[in-house]
Design a protein around this ligand. Structure first.
Ligand SMILES: Cc1cc2nc3c(=O)[nH]c(=O)nc-3n(C[C@H](O)[C@H](O)[C@H](O)COP(=O)(O)OP(=O)(O)OC[C@H]3O[C@@H](n4cnc5c(N)ncnc54)[C@H](O)[C@@H]3O)c2cc1C
Length: 456
């Protein structure tokens, strides 16, 4: 790779810069564009198939549908599941705006399960309330969103740059006057160095899914989309934004030896449940709370392990329905994995294990602190989706906070003047961060010699 000179950088400008074109990022971009802003949407991958959505959703985990559940009950449930460590104002936003978001998604062509009376067919998974809404065609959500992004009126407002990966948010001012004014990035294919000047910056780079090795020992074999490597946490931190709930990180109870969820969320409403090797139920909560993970871990470590998601007692018709969700939408390789071991849900329950740890708002409670408008503690810098600390926010929460971030970012961008300062120092530091390693000579060491323990 030729290392570009700092002065040879490409300069881009926009009203609202959105970093990450997954669930939250596409919604932020669409919302900001609808409000009349010029939007630049960057993704280190390709927006058409990037992020968690492209891996397929089996249902909405957290829909508060009027007449089926109350926002206050949902907030209480999430507060309990997180041992009280939540900013309830943010959770309330998801609870009260989630239904309008479902309707917005329906207008985009996304399908949600309805019963014979045309009512949303919500199912119960949490200890109280029914919030899980199956999506029969959940594998197509990203396709539907991408279609909207590429409509003529959106193309005129939203410029998409794929394979462009920002590494630092640019800021101006200091102390309480500090604000976000852009980012520095590079093209992961060509090495091009890029500076972006923006009125506001939305970080939507997903969770930190590769914080530790998954149980398989294969770094990319993660439950989370492996492209979501925690870049947004680093960018927010270096811009001066507060991070929160980092100790409330995520550990997933997954299928043993397979990088997919056992999917209690899907199986439990059908009658599945977690058991130990003696066939006894042991989790008080079937929901991914800290309490549940502690119960799972101590059961596996005890003489009563291993543990299973019990499904073999279910009728054939139900298992067929489960297979059609779990072996297609959620993870197409899952059926092959079970078949390879000679396992069938009719005869074998699904062995589970605790797998990778990671930071995530969606499935746990750690992330960049945001208020109820997705603002971080740095003015002009927003965070949405799994990156933001809005506990158990999942897909609908990512959409809701993407929408909130997009709308507020436009208001902010219109209220500020262009960055007055020379940002040369920050740009030079980002240049060194990106290209510094390429300048250093490559030292090839065998893993054995580099870990020698000096037994001479
Ligand atoms: C396997 C799986 C199944 C799930 N199933 C469900 C479900 O059935 N129901 C439900 O409600 N929720 C589900 N969830 C949770 C839900 O999908 C997430 O909470 C939500 O999609 C997160 O959205 P996001 O925008 O934060 O992240 P993503 O949609 O993953 O988007 C992050 C984007 O950022 C990009 N990116 C990362 N770093 C950079 C960088 N430095 N520069 C540029 N771009 C970058 C990535 O390429 C990606 O496009 C599931 C999650 C997973 C992983």
């Amino acid at each position: 790779m030729n290392i570009p000179e700092i002065d040879d950088r490409t300069r881009l400008t926009c009203d609202v810069l959105v970093i990450g074109g997954g669930t939250a990022g596409t919604m932020a971009a669409l919302t900001a564009a609808e409000a009349g802003a010029d939007v630049l949407l960057l993704d280190k991958s390709h927006v058409r198939h990037s992020g968690a959505l492209a891996m397929g959703m089996d249902g909405v985990n957290n829909a508060v549908i009027p007449g089926k559940a109350e926002p206050e009950d949902y907030v209480a449930e999430i507060t309990r599941a997180n041992d009280g460590i939540v900013n309830q104002r943010t959770v309330y936003q998801t609870a009260t705006r989630g239904f309008a978001m479902i309707q917005r998604l329906e207008r985009y062509g996304v399908k949600f399960e309805k019963d014979e009376y045309g009512e949303y067919a919500v199912r119960r998974v949490h200890r109280s309330g029914s919030y899980v809404l199956p999506m029969p065609e959940g594998k197509d959500v990203k396709k539907a969103l991408y279609r909207v992004l590429r409509q003529k009126k959106m193309r005129e407002r939203i410029r998409i740059e794929n394979r462009v990966m920002p590494v630092r948010v640019l800021t101006t001012g200091s102390g309480s006057d500090r604000r976000a004014v852009g980012a520095v990035a590079f093209n992961t294919r060509t090495g091009e160095f890029i500076e972006i000047a923006a009125g506001a910056v939305v970080l939507a780079t997903g969770p930190c899914g590769r914080l530790g090795l998954p149980a398989s020992g294969y770094l990319y074999g993660t439950y989370e989309n492996p492209a979501n490597a925690g870049d947004g946490y680093a960018m927010a931190f270096h811009a001066g934004a507060e991070l929160s709930g980092i100790e409330c990180f995520q550990i997933n109870p997954l299928i043993k030896d397979y990088n997919g969820p056992a999917c209690a969320y899907v199986a439990n409403p059908f009658g599945g449940y977690q058991v130990n090797a003696q066939g006894e139920r042991f989790v008080d909560s079937d929901y991914w709370s800290g309490q549940m993970i502690a119960e799972v871990k101590s059961e596996i470590d005890s003489a009563r392990g291993p543990i299973y998601l019990k499904v073999s007692h279910l009728p054939d018709e139900t298992l067929g329905e489960l297979e059609s969700i779990l072996h297609t939408t959620e993870r197409p390789t899952r059926g092959t994995f079970h078949a390879g071991r000679g396992h069938d849900y009719r005869t074998h329950d699904i062995e589970m294990h605790v797998s990778e740890i990671g930071l995530c708002g969606g499935h746990s409670a750690s992330g960049v602190w945001v208020d109820e408008n997705a603002r971080t503690t740095v003015p002009g810098l927003y965070a949405a989706g799994d990156l933001a600390c809005v506990p158990h926010n999942y897909m609908i929460g990512a959409f809701v906070f993407g929408e909130l971030a997009g709308a507020d970012a436009v208001r902010h961008a219109r209220s500020v003047a262009p960055a007055p300062e020379d940002l040369g120092g920050q740009i030079a530091a980002a240049h060194e961060l990106i290209y510094g390693a390429a300048r250093r000579p490559t030292v090839r060491r065998s893993p054995r010699s580099s870990t020698s323990c000096g037994a001479s």
